[in-house]
Design a protein. Structure first.
Length: 185
């Protein structure tokens, strides 16, 4: 089950609607049951992220905004997360975006390995890992509770929901095994 975490995260990220500007007019397109009008140059449209690459390569659109989590975003998240006992609300694509930023930073280092870039990547990765560890501890605490309040559940990312479900399953199996008496099945 855990091997599908990255795939689930990518699916959610790819289906996100992003803003783009029409660069070249074209006949309307149907993408995944969605009709996309490209009838006016300069017009802003919303399209699924998965469709944007092909449309950009074809010169039909220009992506307006691809969100990245900066180090300030991570530090703010870490500050909030470390001060709350429950999971705080974060971007549903937090892990995907942070991994993409780390990958970009690593690529920058490969192209131009300056001490500043290496330090920036290390600081970013350290802050990210602190958030991961903090939230993971909270998910572990949730795993031993009987019911999870809706407000806390809403603050979880898809990756955290998968982790919680898997830990609960493992704990239930373990508990059943250690409390079995005799030949019970």
């Amino acid at each position: 089950m855990l091997e599908f975490i990255n795939e689930a995260s990518k699916i959610i990220s790819d289906t996100e609607l992003i803003k783009a500007t029409v660069k070249r007019t074209s006949t309307p397109m149907e993408l995944g049951g969605m009709k996309i009008n490209l009838d006016a140059e300069g017009m802003e449209i919303l399209i699924p992220k998965w469709a944007s690459d092909k449309m950009m390569k074809d010169g039909l659109i220009e992506v307006k905004y691809i969100e990245e989590l900066g180090i300030k975003d991570l530090r703010k998240t870490l500050w909030k997360e470390s001060r709350e006992t429950n999971l705080t609300k974060i971007d549903p694509q937090f892990y995907m975006k942070a991994r993409a930023t780390i990958k970009r930073l690593m690529d920058d280092i490969k192209r131009d390995p300056t001490p500043e870039k290496i330090q920036e990547e290390r600081k970013y990765r350290d802050a990210f890992m602190d958030i991961v560890n903090c939230r993971m501890q909270k998910v572990l605490q949730l795993a031993i509770t009987e019911s999870i309040p809706q407000t806390i559940s809403e603050n979880m990312t898809i990756e955290e929901r998968i982790l919680l479900k898997e830990i609960k399953r493992m704990l239930t199996t373990w508990k059943d095994q250690v409390t079995r008496i005799g030949d019970e099945t």
